[in-house]
Design a binder for this molecule. Structure first.
Ligand code: HAM
Length: 449
């Protein structure tokens, strides 16, 4: 094969039909668990004012500093140019939406979930892409450890449904209130006075701009220094400690297994109190499958009233990777049940109707395609892995019959043309037909996407 002229941009990939089977399956699990817990689906634009992410996620986080995909709009009437950014995550956009649509007037908490693409201009590597998919949950408007516990338990259930929970480790920590964090940052800065030159350059920069990020530094020298640095727990208020203890109690009551991890801070600035991540049992912090936490100060940063929130996002690509590694097979819903082969203009016309009727009955049907010989149509039926083939040649048209061939058994029989559909339906089994009912359908679209 010659080199294609165009390829997908670096860090992006086509979601080919095979992976879509996984994606559909994951979305289904997410939708079910979300609905069971009273969440409603939301979609926010794929791009937003860049300021939303700068203010929300934090100017000195990797995501904003290095990974924002910016998009420049046209100049407005006053000659000003607006800078947008493709969403690197859902949380900030959903909070913007909560404020914009006055959702504080709804019964609280408002529980929302979203599924879709996110963009981070990261250096592509295994499990790290420039365009990827997240499923995201946000619980906004009320603060109570029982909400954090319910959210965490629901995400565990999703990973359990997808059969990858045993491969994951739930890491959990409490990083205190904004005041606790501030006090800790000051202490951390004080600790490093005079020790800066022992830090690698990048960490020296972090110390200046966002000292908390030193805690998840992978640099050996930094890690050694951190061993004698003050720890977060020393700065947690009694209230934060109590909050965390209650949360852990609730998780125990819900039979959620977790690993307390005092080093866990997460890479986004908006977190306060609870933070958690699902790590791969074998690689640890690298390529977490999902993460989340509480963000009680975010709404104010975005111009809203003080409103607490807690949320989580899982990475769909990483989830699929784990499912494949674990040998989890998802049902193939794209199988071809029947291939309809025909010869001659009369047969082709009759088959076109037959194909349409079969499809309407819920039988996955391909056929009545070109002008090829019956033999090559049969070869095609084989390649499509059709379970049955219906053959209509010139003779059968005259006799008002059709040939029904079981492709696996390699057996065929001639039947009356009018019996073709009932016989196929019988063979496949009514329960396997792909029919759908729009139950209680009032209007609008289905949410199967
Ligand atoms: P996050 O930890 O930045 O959190 O991302 C959540 C998940 O998205 C990650 O655990 C990973 O599975 C996936 N992910 C992130 N970046 C990439 C990438 N470059 N390629 C592939 N997958 C990736 C958030 O986004 C927060 N908004 C979560 C949250 C919701 N916190 C509160 N509410």
């Amino acid at each position: 094969m010659s080199e294609p002229t165009f390829r997908t941009p670096k860090g992006t990939h086509d979601v080919l039909p095979e992976d879509h089977q996984y994606m559909t399956y994951i979305k289904k699990a997410v939708r079910h668990r979300a609905r069971q817990a009273g969440y409603k689906r939301i979609d926010t634009p794929m791009f937003e004012d860049k300021g939303i992410f700068e203010r929300g996620i934090g100017e000195h986080t990797d995501i904003v500093e290095k990974e924002l995909f910016t998009v420049t709009g046209k100049r407005d009437g006053e000659g000003k140019e607006r800078t947008y950014a493709l969403r690197p995550e859902f949380t900030a956009g959903i909070c913007r939406s909560y404020i914009e649509h006055g959702m504080q007037l709804l019964p609280q908490p408002v529980e929302l979930y979203a599924i879709g693409q996110c963009f981070r201009y990261d250096r592509p590597q295994k499990g790290r892409y420039r365009q990827f998919h997240q499923f995201d949950f946000e619980v906004i408007g009320l603060k109570d450890p029982s909400l954090d516990a319910q959210l965490i338990s629901m995400t565990c259930n999703i990973f359990k449904d997808l059969k990858i929970l045993p491969r994951l480790n739930l890491q959990i920590n409490n990083i205190g209130s904004q005041e606790n964090r501030q006090a800790y940052v000051t202490a951390l800065k004080d600790f490093f006075i005079g020790k800066e030159r022992h830090l690698p350059e990048q960490d020296r920069e972090r110390l200046k701009l966002n000292p908390l990020r030193l805690l998840d530094s992978k640099e050996e020298d930094t890690r050694i220094l951190l061993k004698s640095a003050p720890t977060f727990s020393q700065f947690l208020s009694d209230e934060s400690k109590q909050y965390h203890a209650t949360l852990l109690e609730y998780l125990d009551a819900l039979n959620v297994t977790y690993v307390p991890n005092e080093q866990l801070v997460r890479g986004l600035d908006y977190y306060t109190q609870t933070v958690f991540e699902f790590w791969d049992q074998s690689t640890g912090a690298q390529n977490a499958v999902g993460g989340g936490g509480r963000y009680d100060g975010l709404m104010e940063l975005l111009g809203g009233k003080p409103t607490p929130g807690v949320g989580f996002a899982g990475g769909i690509e990483r989830t699929i990777w784990h499912m494949k590694e674990a040998g989890v097979q998802v049902p193939n819903k794209d199988q071809v049940d029947v291939f309809v082969a025909q010869l001659g203009p009369e047969a082709k016309k009759a088959c076109l109707q037959l194909v349409a009727e079969l499809r309407d009955k819920g039988v996955h049907t391909v056929g009545a395609l070109g002008e090829a010989s019956l033999k090559s149509q049969m070869r095609l039926a084989d390649k499509f892995e059709a379970r049955y083939t219906l053959l209509l040649g010139k003779l059968e048209v005259k006799e008002n019959t059709i040939i029904l061939r079981d492709m696996k058994a390699g057996k065929q029989k001639q039947i009356a043309f009018k019996d073709a559909i009932p016989q196929v339906v019988d063979l496949l089994g009514k329960e396997n037909l792909d029919t759908y009912v729009l139950r209680d359908h009032i209007g609008g679209e289905t949410d199967e996407d």
